[in-house]
Design a protein. Sequence first.
Lengths: 389, 398
Amino acid sequence: MPAPQTVIPLWRDVRVLRILAQVIFVITLVLVANWFYTNLSRNLGRTGIHVGFDFLHLTAGFRISEGISFESTDSYGYAFWVGIVNTLRVIGIGILLATILGLVAGVARLSTNWLVCKMASVYIETIRNTPLVVQLFFWYTATFLKLPNVHDSLELPGPIYLSQRGLALPVPHLTEHFSSWSYFLVAGLVLACAVYVGRRRYLQRVQRPGFPSAWALITFLGTSALGWFLLPRSPIAWEVPVLSRFNFEGGLQFTPEFAALLTGLVVYTGAFIAEIVRGGILAVSKGQKEAARALALNNLQVLRLVIFPQALRVIIPPITSQYLNLAKNSSLAVAVGYPDLFSVANTIINQSGRAIEMILFIMGSYLIMSLITSAFSNWYNRRIRLVEH
Amino acid sequence: MQNREILPPPMLRIGPLRWLKDNLFSTRYNALLTFLAVVFLYLTLHPTLEWVLWHARWDAIPANLKLFLVGIYPMKDVWRVWVCVYWILLLLGLSGGLWGRLAREAALIVGSGAILLLLLPFSWMERLWILGAVLGLFGGLSIGWLLRERKSWRKDVIILWALSPLIVVLFLGGLPNNPLLSPVGTNQWGGLMLTFMLAIVGIASSFPLGVLLALGRQSSLPVIRWISILYIEVVRGVPLITVIFMTSIMLPLFLPAQVRVDQALRAMVAFALFTSAYIAENVRGGLQAVPRGQIEAAKAVGLSGMLTTFFIVLPQALRVVIPANVGQFISLFKDTALVFVASLLDLFGMAKSILANPDWLGRDREVLLFIAFVYWLFTYFLSRMSRRLEKALGVGER
């Protein structure tokens, strides 16, 4: 005979309680949100501001000196777009340079050379422990703006010119012979593929390790070099910046604002990446290195085939979060007056008074960047994850 | 055999020449590296040192020291800042005496820093104040050392630490209708003091919110979980500067018209909102580190869900995440410099406004290096302590 069914009272039934708790939570949230909303609409009504996105078509009336061309007759919406492009530009170059600097500094900190190790430590400990915005301000007002006048600018080999007006670099440009050279490039690519496949098959047959990709690279470089020398004039030439009356013309030019922001971000993020790289290399157990040495691999092979693949697995997740930090920190451009998306939006708010819409735009843009980066990093993590059998 | 003393391995005595060979010239490649490093150091250090010693005009710093430290806080009330400093130093000394090891080391480092300050050319009045700070610290240290056997004092000191932010805010902000502690609005706070206040109030107020968010993220109730996740991910996806900007512009719009919130408070709200998301992620790590057996055991003993969370899970989880949260405090301390978008005059804002003064034109390097050094001093000290704390707590060694 079954036990008599005891009816659980409603207020002690876990299922009911769970739903009740969530309903109460949602109601509280809605009430709070409603309170904020009423305040907002009352305050807006009092000050006569209205919310909407129609202002994006209005004429901006200010100029942006940096990035894709922008006239003061263009619209607010286009101004914001110019800001986004400027942000992406600094993020792209910044990530590349910060990774290189971080790798070098991280390896240097593990160096057996006492002096090199100490120099890397001093760099990392100084930079990591001071605020980025102070550093940016230092790079801008105390370094780049203190450079000599454009007429007696510093000339570095290249020629690279450094002056108050920023940085002027030579830039490669294509001459009229480039189209004939491109045939050589295509031929080189095809040849390289063939060499790669053939060499790889051969290595598999004789069961030996080797570098088929290096062979392919040499083939490609050889073919293109051949083309370069056969042509009457070189297909790529350097366009050198030339000093005209007021400023440099030609070549690649960076404003002091861009140069300061980029230097600041790269130096700051590089220090953090260096610590990650150091941690990653230290995380590979010593036995791995010793075993690899015992198998008679040389130093470079140990680093390339044993240490690095394992370190990479530890390094990649924190490094992507550093890239994300760099992207977010690029909003500090407003401190040095580089027109990135935050600083352009700031100007738009000052001119049009549309704070709410623009803040939504700013946050939305950064959120999208973050989501894309974290999606990519999740995908990459899954790919290189240690498969345990 | 058993009783034979185990001797440590023989110490190697290495002469300076041998040291040079081992560390700088062990291989040909290393020698080249050393040479390049020396050349680089000479090229960079030589002009820098020459500038620091001969060309730099450091006069802007002693002349504006009061502005750098407390901003435009009324001169007649500066003693209140000192009292707060004494209070903190006394607590630090007490903890150093009671706990020993790490706390004592921190107290001794701060104490020697204060003694070093005495050597700098301050006026005798300022020296007297600093001397008081040194005496307070070492007084606390000796009292704590005398009381070190009574364990009950430790709990009292922890409670005093927890109450300190409130006491300090009350003391600095003052009370209405009080002749001794006349009210000083936060718009008069500035300099290093404001930097510290922003960081401390920010971390103290974000901590409860962060713990709640972490619990919400681990909750089995889907609505609460999803809203916590949404909040955490959105806040972590945007730069701090935009959050400060948002609260400085929009907070008044979201509140009733009669409520007036000044800029410093808006910035603190921004720090609390922003940091809580990061704290939540740290705490989540701690929650996940608590072994399942603990929860199951608590359930078996008959504790309810609430009691399990507050008396079994959280104490263990929070202990694990102390170093991570100290790290969060350090980065918050650095990030306070971002309040320049709300035009607050913290240490960095003060430096900017001094540099904008025509009297101090062209002192950018000197002033910026000085404030960078001040930031560095505190951050480096804190991060060293946090690293030691991590070792002392044995986090990551289980």
